[in-house]
Design a protein around this ligand. Structure first.
Ligand code: GUN
Length: 294
């Protein structure tokens, strides 16, 4: 029987630990950690994600603040808001929910966030530190959350062959760097596959741990997975589903029902990696905060 790696359970358990730490700092007279999420426009998925981040803040005792701006905000005005938060000593972490309206450069916005407050871990400084294996940087939230999920369930990457499918800057590439780092969560031999990889299945079948972050629903079929592998599915694509009130459901990159009987462990979608992204964000915020008061 495969172990189902339940991200909701792991996230709840880690949130309890974070809440305990926050309580201890506040009891010593410190302010609570502060996290601001900037939301531009009315994108439905973004509103859901930011809402979940605010709820997580409330649960762990952070001062969580969502700042909403209309899609019509200029790039200049948004950059000025970011600068204000950069200067605000009471705010430890800042995220700008992506995607942004077309007239605003996501790259400029990402690089405008002070690297020490970039709790998404998207800034070039943090990506650069990650590439060098420098632990001082803020880790990218989703790959970090995945390492926390693995730790929660006792899954060791050390010495294993990890195959990552997808080379995005948010998941695939930083995941490959984290798991190959000389660190407790790393020390794996990592193969990074992508859209130009030839004979992809030959690689995925060699994986002890397979991480899939493509955004192609059901792409990984049972014949692409080794017996006893650990499968981490980062895909979250909305697919039409007339049987749901919303008219859609979330679908992962892995054909879950077909792969489940073959593997030793697998993340479901939803309630797998999704909640762990927020956990990564919460942990990053805690680490930035603690470094100030250590
Ligand atoms: N949009 C989709 N995923 C993310 C994320 O992890 N962080 C931010 N800021 N925006 C996103």
């Amino acid at each position: 029987m495969a172990l189902v790696l339940d991200g909701s359970l792991a996230a709840a358990s880690i949130r309890l630990q974070i809440a305990e730490e926050v309580k201890a700092y506040v009891a010593k007279g410190h302010r609570a950690p502060g996290l601001v999420a900037i939301l531009v426009g009315e994108d439905g998925a973004s509103q859901t994600y930011v809402g979940a981040k605010k709820t997580a803040c409330d649960e762990v005792g952070y001062a969580g603040d969502v700042r909403r701006f209309p899609a019509s905000i200029t790039e200049e005005a948004l950059l000025a808001e970011i600068e204000k938060i950069n200067q605000d000593e009471s705010i430890d972490g800042l995220i700008v929910q992506l995607p942004l309206p077309k007239h605003i450069s996501e790259e400029k916005v990402t690089q405008a966030i002070l690297p020490g407050k970039d709790v998404d871990g998207f800034h070039d400084i943090n990506m650069g530190k990650l590439a060098k294996g420098d632990e001082a940087g803020v880790k990218p939230a989703t790959p970090y959350g995945i390492t926390l999920l693995m730790k929660h369930y006792g899954i060791e990457a050390n010495g294993k062959h990890v195959v990552v499918v997808g080379r995005s800057n948010i998941v695939g590439r930083p995941m490959s760097m984290l798991l190959s780092a000389a660190a407790p969560y790393g020390n794996a031999t990592v193969t990074l596959c992508h859209s130009r990889t030839q004979n992809l299945a030959a690689f995925t079948r060699e994986a002890d741990i397979l991480v899939v972050a493509l955004g192609k629903p059901g792409f990984v079929t049972a014949d692409m997975v080794k017996d006893g592998a650990v499968v981490i599915d980062v895909g979250t694509t909305r697919v039409d589903d007339a049987s749901r009130k919303s008219g859609w459901r979330l679908c992962g990159d892995v054909d879950y029902e077909a792969v489940l009987p073959k593997v030793s462990a697998i993340t479901p979608v939803p309630k797998g990696v999704g909640p762990m992204t927020i956990t990564g964000l919460m942990m990053n915020t805690l680490e930035v905060y603690k470094a100030k008061f250590a």
